[in-house]
Design a protein around this ligand. Structure first.
Ligand code: GLV
Length: 309
């Protein structure tokens, strides 16, 4: 049974190589190459052209090429019966934890300020806070967020979490639901957003929520650009309420050349690289689902279409 990869703006060669190495006889087809769409029951997707899956009448599963599935779910044309799975991979969670730890240390030890000072040959030691003086709030404690929280906590930071519904994380206080959101925000000196993008979480980083963070708080967004109202962030930095932000994701990617974030001295940009799926390590779970589908067995790493994650 062939599989199809339906994607835009992503180099697929490493995926094709990983699939072929594990299953040399697998027939991998790259959309929109010409091939009979009715043969396809299993597809891999990343940022597919909306509506493309209507051409696949026998599709049964769409496997996201990453941890997020918002790019699949935003397409209203995907038939009810199509199951959607995502990548849950140890490397992906480790990379995210590494990245967040690096961002936190970079911010709290002012490394980016010394980089600027170096350019003007300025020797100016800055006072820094100890880890014990800082609380990091991780918004979203699913597969990625819980690992980030654990990593920061085991590095000596005070860490809290916030989740849509009650969650237990060993030795980390997790606030839950809308009624505990303010208490969570009020103590987060550094806020890390790792929420899934859903209708409920879109625009959740706005002037009201960010305004509840302690003065001089710092924001790290490694989830999706649509979580953040960009102008609200700029306004809160410029009014002196927030110290700055480190952003890896944007409403429009690539970030447009003229976007005000580029030149903002307190906003640090990375190009959506916090944690990128490594096909060689994620391919087994994709092929496992492919085999399960052929054998009518329940699939793994499925997402709830109603919850959106
Ligand atoms: C990256 O953004 C992913 O969803 O894996």
């Amino acid at each position: 049974m062939p599989i199809s990869i339906v994607s835009q703006g992503r180099d697929l060669s490493t995926w094709v190589k990983a699939l072929k190495e594990k299953k040399p006889d697998l027939d991998v087809r790259i959309y929109p190459d010409d091939h009979p769409r009715d043969e396809i029951t299993f597809a891999l997707a990343w940022n597919h052209p909306l509506g493309a899956f209507t051409q696949f009448p026998n599709l049964q599963c769409i496997s996201s090429l990453g941890a997020g599935v918002d790019h699949v779910l935003k397409d209203p044309n995907i038939p009810e019966q199509v199951q959607i799975s995502r990548i849950k991979d140890k490397n992906l969670t480790n990379d995210m934890a590494d990245f967040c730890l690096a961002q936190v240390l970079n911010y709290m030890r002012d490394l980016h300020k010394y980089k600027t000072a170096e350019q003007t040959h300025t020797w100016k030691p800055l006072r820094y806070k100890n880890k014990a003086e800082i609380t990091i709030g991780v918004m979203g404690v699913g597969a990625l967020g819980s690992e980030v929280a654990r990593r920061l906590s085991s590095n000596g930071f005070n860490v809290t979490g916030w989740a849509n519904s009650a969650k237990q994380l060993e030795s980390i206080k997790v606030y839950a639901g809308a009624e505990e959101l303010d208490s969570f925000l009020e103590t987060a000196d550094i806020l890390i957003c790792l929420l899934p993008l859903t209708q409920e979480t879109a625009d959740i980083l706005n002037k009201d929520t960010l305004g509840k963070l302690p003065k001089n708080a710092f924001v790290i967004n490694v989830a999706r650009g649509e979580h953040l109202i960009e102008q609200d962030l700029i306004d809160l930095i410029e009014s002196g309420h927030l110290a700055g932000a480190s952003l890896d994701v944007f409403r429009e990617e690539p970030l447009p050349e003229k976007h005000p974030f580029w030149a903002h001295p307190s906003i640090k940009i990375t190009p959506h690289i916090a944690s990128v799926t490594n096909p060689a390590s994620a391919v087994d779970q994709v092929l496992e689902n492919y085999d399960r589908l052929q054998n009518s067995k329940p699939l793994i790493n499925l997402v709830s279409r109603t919850k959106g994650y």
